[in-house]
Every structure is written in C-alpha cells, then in structure tokens.
Design a binder for this molecule. Structure first.
Ligand code: AMP
Length: 216
C-alpha cells in the first residue's frame, strides 16, 4: 500500500499517520520530521531548511524531493509507505509520480483531512511535542498527565518554532496557495478520499479505516 496523508498544518496528519502505521505496519515517512532532524543535527541541509521553516515557507522542491527520493528507495520502503507532508506542490507530486512510474508503481490513495483555518490556529497554538519520541499533545484538548512531560517516555515537551500564531497563519496561506491545488490533481485520477478532520482522533481514524478497508 502506498498512501499520502494530506491536509493543512494541524489537520492531524501526523497523529493519524502514526495510528495507521501501528495498525497496518505501514512505514510512516514525514518530510517535516526528516527536516527537523536535519535542523537538530545542524547539517548544511538543516541550516538551509530552517531558514524556510522558521518563516512558515516551503523548503525548495529540489531539496525536499532529494530527501524523499533517498528515503523511498531504501529497502524498507519496498512493501509500501505512507507519506505525511509530501507532496506539497504540483512539481513535487509530478516528480513523485514520475519516480514511482519508473518502477511500475503508483500511489493507491490520497487521504485529505479537511479542517478550517480557525480550527487550525486553535489546535496548533496549543500543540506540544515530545523532544525524545515525537508524541504530540495539546495543552487543552489532549494534555499530558504530568504537565510539560511526555506520558510515553517522560521526555520534555516543547513548542515547535513554527507553531507560533503568526507563523501558523503564514503556513496556512502557503497551504491554500501552493498545496491545496494538489486536491484537484489527485481528484482527476480518482484517488482522492476526503475525510472530515473535526471529530475526535478516534472518529477521524475510524473514517480513514473505512476508506482503507475498501482499498484492500
Ligand atoms: P510539517 O511538519 O509537515 O508541518 O512541516 C514543517 C515545515 O517543513 C513546513 O512548514 C515546511 O517549511 C517544511 N516542509 C515539510 N515538508 C515539505 C515539503 N514537502 N515541501 C516543502 N517544505 C516542506
């Protein structure tokens, strides 16, 4: 199975992707996580990526595509994967199709999680992430038992630099302008599946499961 989890920042892509990955044993590939790892490691790529990420802008297509290409040609991607945060532009989607096409492969479904802008701002400004294991919390909707620390591994929780309200609003502008047109791109090939992202994590996950059952 090759899936894309699609939607605006804060739609719950990472949360749902982790669930799908645990339930179906599907490899979860997040370009955002890979870029943040490069930033933490202080590599040249990380420094370049940070200059875009801090402003809520997209990292250039060729850079992101290079990372994805390296990742999905690794042996563990052979049996399938789920892309989270990629593609984000039409050229990225075309490059992905071209690359998979060369191997006779294609994307089976694009699951688009729909959430409106005000809900996104509300969700993201309260979001906290574990610096050790990446688990996500919300200070109001999904607080950790021990304030400031992860329930799973006791790691410290932090707020992503790009989760401040002004950067989130820019990420939303960028999403509507550069990323949302991809819905039409995938709708044309009949693989776009739309899910309402405003329910609880369980409700959204059940809806995604219903879609995945029909694919098998
Ligand atoms: P995310 O964790 O998916 O919200 O991504 C965080 C940030 O990483 C984005 O705001 C972009 O700056 C960058 N990024 C992640 N994926 C991509 C991509 N496919 N294309 C360009 N930039 C990306």
């Amino acid at each position: 199975m090759r899936l894309i989890i699609f939607g605006p920042p804060g739609a719950g892509k990472g949360t749902q992707a982790s669930r799908i990955s645990s339930r179906h044993g599907l490899l979860h590939i997040s370009t955002g996580d890979m870029l943040r790892a490069a930033v933490r490691e202080g590599t040249q790529l990380g420094r370049l990526a940070k200059s875009y990420m801090d402003k809520g802008e997209l990292v250039p297509d060729d850079v992101v595509f290079g990372i994805i290409k390296d990742r999905i040609t690794k042996a563990d991607s052979k049996d399938g994967f789920m892309l989270d945060g990629f593609p984000r532009t039409i050229p990225q989607a075309k490059a992905l199709d071209r690359m998979l096409g060369e191997e006779g492969l294609k994307i089976g479904a694009v699951i688009s999680i729909e959430v409106d802008d005000e809900e996104v701002v509300k969700r993201i400004s309260g979001r906290r992430v574990c610096e050790k294991c990446g688990a996500m919390y919300h200070i109001i909707f999904d607080p950790p038992k021990n304030s400031g620390y992860c329930d799973k591994c006791d790691g410290k929780l932090y707020q992503r630099d790009d989760d401040s309200e002004d950067v989130v609003r820019n990420r939303l502008r960028v999403y509507r302008k550069q990323t949302e047109p991809l819905k039409e791109y995938y709708e044309k090939t009949g693989i776009l599946k739309v899910v309402r992202g405003t329910g609880t994590v369980e409700e959204v996950f059940s809806e995604i499961e219903r879609i995945l059952e029909k694919l098998n």
